[in-house]
Design a protein around this ligand. Structure first.
Ligand code: GLN
Length: 281
């Protein structure tokens, strides 16, 4: 067997991106993946790379990143960061990679507060990297917030993001679960685990991302059952809770919150799939 490490990836940046993309057939975005890894290896933005560096020699380190991607490591773990809403987050193994789908929760919150005072206090249940909390605090510069997580790895990453984004005076990251802290709050955000235990997932997700952030029992509803029981006292009057759901959980998850006396609307993501419960007390 030829040693793939020795296989030349290309003479220059442009050729190496093409060669790497051809190896990423398992990915939905092979070309983008290759460009992001190359920009990371060069230590510059993807835009700057495309504008000025395509003829450069291939940087040291690119080949190793390509091998790791071929083992289905998420791009965000390889580059160490991910854009979400208007902010850039540090991420790494141990925290869920922020997904564009989750921006649906911020859109729902923006829609709820349109034409009225923004939320003064924000709570993010299961904050992971801090993505939802910090995106909300970026959106409402007067707001303060708390992000809770049960995972020590997540708490370390989220606190790092608070510091990097200069939000230490407005954001606290603490150990905690669905019971919340210091409520009631004006905006509650939550992306809980909601995948059925035996669901078929891309290797990238199942092998590399934290199981505790993904799986929620046989029907994927275990965490909603618990959240529904403890949420209501955490939501202030005129407040809203935006809770992420799987695309087939609109009815089943809504019913759990309605059974506790709350009102629920379901909001769709950019792909038109059910993605967010908009819960009011
Ligand atoms: N949306 C994620 C996925 O499909 C799952 C996130 C979650 O369970 N909260 O991989």
């Amino acid at each position: 067997m030829p040693d793939r490490r020795a296989a030349p990836l290309g003479e220059d940046v442009r050729a190496a991106i093409g060669a790497a993309a051809a190896r990423f057939g398992f990915s939905a975005t092979p070309r983008l993946d290759a460009e992001l890894l190359m920009a990371h290896a060069l230590g510059i933005s993807r835009e700057a790379m495309i504008l000025t560096r395509l003829g450069d020699p291939v940087p040291d380190g690119f080949a190793a990143l390509v091998l790791r991607r071929e083992a289905h490591e998420p791009i965000a773990y390889l580059t160490g960061n991910r854009a979400f809403w208007t902010i850039e987050l540090t991420v790494g193994p141990g925290v869920l990679v922020p997904r564009a789908d989750s921006e649906t929760l911020i859109e729902a919150a923006v829609a709820h507060f349109a034409g009225r005072a923004g939320p003064a206090s924000v709570l993010d249940l299961g904050t992971g990297s801090g993505a939802l909390l910090l995106a909300a605090l970026a959106e409402w510069p007067e707001a303060r917030g708390i992000g809770l997580d049960a995972s020590e790895a997540a708490i370390a990453v989220a606190r790092d993001n608070v510091r990097r984004l200069g939000m230490a005076d407005r954001a606290r990251i603490e150990t905690g679960g669905w019971d919340g802290m210091d409520g009631p709050h004006d905006l509650i955000l939550c992306n809980p685990p909601y995948i059925a235990t035996d669901a078929v997932l891309p290797l990238e997700v199942r092998v590399h991302e934290p199981a505790t952030a993904l799986f929620a029992g046989d029907d994927g509803l275990d965490d909603y059952r618990r959240i529904a029981q403890v949420l209501r006292p955490q939501i202030a009057p005129a407040a809203v809770a935006c809770i992420e759901i799987g695309s087939d959980q609109g009815d089943s998850a809504s019913a759990l919150f309605r059974a506790q006396g709350m009102s629920v609307e379901v909001r769709q993501d950019l792909g038109g799939r059910d993605r967010c419960l908009v819960v009011t007390p």
